[in-house]
Design a protein around this ligand. Sequence first.
Ligand SMILES: [Zn+2]
Length: 330
Amino acid sequence: MPQNTTKKRVELHAHLGSSVDPVILWTIAHQRGIKLPSKDYWDFEKMITMAPDERNTTLEEMDSKYFEWTERIQSSPEGLEVAVHSVIGGGYRKCNIVVQELRFNPMRRNRSGERDLDHIILASIRGLQRSLLEYPQVKAGIIFSMDRRFSYGQNEIILQKAIKYAKDGVVGVDIAGPYVAEFSMESHAPLFAEAKSAGLGVTIHTGEEGSIDEMRYVVSTIKPNRIGHGILAAKDPDFLGELRESGITLELCPTSNLKNSILKDVSELRATIRAFADSGVKFTINTDGPEMYQSNLAEEEAFLLKENILSQAEIDQATAWAFDATFVRS
Ligand SMILES: [Zn+2]
């Protein structure tokens, strides 16, 4: 029986760069002959995971400090296959995750064009399919993340690959990455429209930091199925109503928000999540990356319960919404 619980769980928001067990990345790095800054495993584990008292001051810091290494190690067909495979099986064994969506940016795994993108993608699909063969109780899918720091043309390539591999286990698209001034959500709108008409699920990282205006635009005009984070909306009662009416489901990642200093403490987290719960906005509970943040779905739930942020009934409602909102349909 899976550890922790018999409750069936759904993870909708986990980045591959922050979801792979450090032991597995350590082995991949050595198999591939990657020079690491230390020859001691424990230094390595410390380098790619966050200790309980550790905080990033910005999302940029998180990305450059941790993803830099994990993405480099995962940047080969062999590494990617093992990485994807390990997360799906691990989620089932540790937390009874029976629906797992895993997201990554294939173009940040091909060593700036040195590796062929299709080889990289097919390796991730092999990892997915192997895990489904081993754990037939689980359903899983891959989301391709575009990046705010990429050009429109680069992101368009990622979308086209998602459409190409939709029949093989790619279930949706996302846009992620630290907020940069040059990025325009408006100019990327056609990509999301194309994703929708191709039958892909659309989720967008927005309302995590920066201005709420972008999130307003996303909700009113792009109308994605889901939003990653979206926590800025909690401060605006009128917008909460609009969000509820839109039917968009939020992917909340409580520990990640604290670790990245997006929310300053537990009381701010409580006020944020209560605003959604009390206004009828649909939300789900996720990790953003269990290994890097040293968390998992069962622990996220226990934390919300212990801190009187959500009741057990509200947590179970969030799980039910996650089953409804998943892009994995078969
Ligand atoms: Zn995220």
